[in-house]
Design a protein around this ligand. Structure first.
Ligand SMILES: Cc1cc2nc3c(=O)[nH]c(=O)nc-3n(C[C@H](O)[C@H](O)[C@H](O)COP(=O)(O)OP(=O)(O)OC[C@H]3O[C@@H](n4cnc5c(N)ncnc54)[C@H](O)[C@@H]3O)c2cc1C
Length: 471
């Protein structure tokens, strides 16, 4: 065993801890480099591994109808240390899995310290990892130290690493009222990779527009933390800041009504139009174009449902702007999360463009499994895209649409959600008692079927991986 040379993991957060655990569990030695307490970040407060920097919740634990609950279940089946310690140190939180953050972090640290194949080194990797480290997982998170971030920038290029996200809300297509909205690109322009009817358009008359502006101006906003600074630049202002600059600003910006004809009402010109652009190749998710925002989450859902066509919108993600560090992964990573320009570096966690503790840990686990398989002379195998892990990796490396039109890069961090999964070939239409499914019952049945498919496909994949390991 000890003849196998180690894999290096940089960053002992959620992703790095899970990656190190999966590598060691596969029988491969691993060196985990964590810079705390030698050097801190703006958000971490302890020297513990897998520190939760803010909330203590892993969100819903409902594996049947919630995508993050499903991710929990998949991780448990893969022997995740983050889930095992999360379960061991949970605190009461209804349907959510919340943990005692100090006990959780201490338990992850102790378990990794005790593993004979894990070495923990405290200190910053302040530049590209040394050339003799032939297999490295970079899991340094949203607050990657500046020296390493600069080195990654130098390898990947200027637009490949972002230091803030500017997230516009994303809506599930099947919740948009297409009897009010319509498909059309401005001036019917096809553009590169488009058809001329790529956007969903939601029309507003003057009264609706004025009410919408009033709601934006009155809504509660989230403040930036002092260390985040204020990252606004004119191409990327939050909509509420645009509204504050003048009531007409949005009508001349992301809500301009020109070049569009309402197919449901062709003779009446809309006063303003909200456009939504396809976000994933599956066509199940659409983002609200130019609608990055710092409005509080509760305010966003109610204000955006004022938009005609979005009155019943279900949001896969709400908007936000945060300090972050993440790659333009669809461009710079291969499908097994390796940097195309330097394949000895594999990335994991939030730096790849997933969002959240659980998602970061899940991607860490996958990166660890793939690196360990390669070290043992086997192929790095990916779970099917029908699983939560597969769907999330697919979002990071390939499922996102980037070419409908020109403009700022559109890849933004994302939590796991059912919009990332390929639709069912046959969606359930009837309840167990034979009655026809409608409304919420229909949505719940669809989610249950997606979850059941995911867990069945994951089990088949895990069986294949075990077989390959035994050969
Ligand atoms: C302020 C803030 C609040 C957040 N709140 C939440 C929340 O409430 N819920 C949620 O689900 N998600 C939250 N997130 C998002 C995110 O999912 C978490 O940050 C998550 O911890 C990311 O996991 P990670 O492993 O990728 O990074 P981290 O958990 O941040 O781990 C990265 C580790 O790398 C270390 N490191 C950095 N650079 C180097 C280097 N050069 N050398 C060695 N070590 C290095 C860091 O010290 C850190 O321990 C928040 C993010 C931020 C910034």
């Amino acid at each position: 065993m000890t003849q196998i040379s180690p894999i290096h993991v940089v960053g002992g957060g959620l992703a790095g801890s899970e990656a190190a655990w999966q590598i060691a569990s596969a029988g491969v030695p691993v060196v985990l480099h964590e810079m705390r307490p030698v050097r801190g970040t703006e958000a971490h407060k302890t020297e513990g591994l897998a520190e939760l920097v803010c909330s203590n919740s892993f969100r819903s634990d409902d594996a049947a109808t919630n995508a993050v609950g499903l991710l929990h279940a998949e991780m448990r089946r893969m022997g995740s240390i983050i889930m095992r310690m999360g379960d061991a140190h949970q605190v009461p939180a209804g349907g959510a899995l919340a943990v005692d953050r100090d006990a959780f972090s201490a338990a992850v640290t102790a378990e990794l310290e005790a593993h004979p194949l894990v070495t923990i080194e405290r200190g910053e990797i302040a530049g590209l990892p040394p050339a003799e480290w032939d297999s490295v997982i970079v899991a340094t998170g949203p607050l990657t130290s500046p020296a390493l971030a600069q080195a990654i920038l130098d390898v990947t290029g200027e637009t490949s690493l972002a230091f803030f996200d500017a997230i516009a809300p994303i809506v599930h297509f099947d919740s948009v009222d297409m009897d009010t909205a319509w498909f059309q690109s401005r001036y019917d322009k096809a553009g590169p990779g488009g058809t001329g009817a790529d956007y969903i358009n939601c029309p507003m008359d003057r009264e609706q527009y004025e009410a919408f502006i009033d709601a934006l101006l009155a809504a509660e906003k989230t403040e930036f933390k002092e260390w985040e600074g204020t990252p606004y630049f004119d191409g990327c202002l939050p909509i509420e800041v645009m509204a504050e600059r003048g009531r007409e600003t949005l009508r001349w910006g992301p809500m301009k009504p020109v070049g569009l004809t309402n197919k449901h009402n062709p003779t009446v010109k809309a006063y303003a139009v909200v456009q939504l652009r396809q976000d994933n190749k599956l066509g199940t998710l659409f983002n609200m174009t130019g609608f990055q925002t710092k409005l509080k989450y509760g305010e966003q859902a109610s204000i955006f449902r004022m938009i005609p066509g979005l009155q019943n919108a279900e949001f896969a993600r709400l908007g936000g702007i945060h300090r972050n560090t993440y790659l333009n992964s669809p461009k710079v990573l291969d499908e097994t999360l390796r940097l195309k320009a330097m394949p000895r570096l594999r990335f994991a966690g939030q730096i790849t463009g997933c969002e959240g503790y659980v998602e970061s840990a899940a991607i860490g686990g996958m990166a660890g499994r793939m690196a360990a398989a390669e070290r043992l002379g086997r192929e790095a195998s990916l779970p099917p895209v029908t699983t939560a892990h597969g769907a999330l990796i697919n979002h990071i490396t390939g499922g996102h649409v980037t070419t409908i039109d020109e403009g700022p890069r559109s890849f933004q961090p994302m939590n796991v959600n059912f919009g990332l999964f390929p639709p069912l070939t046959q969606a359930p239409t009837k309840a167990e008692d034979g009655s026809r499914l409608r409304g919420t019952a229909k949505t719940q049945a669809r989610k249950k079927a997606l979850s059941a498919r995911a867990l069945a496909d994951l089990d088949i994949w895990l069986g294949e991986v075990r077989l390959a390991a035994a050969e």
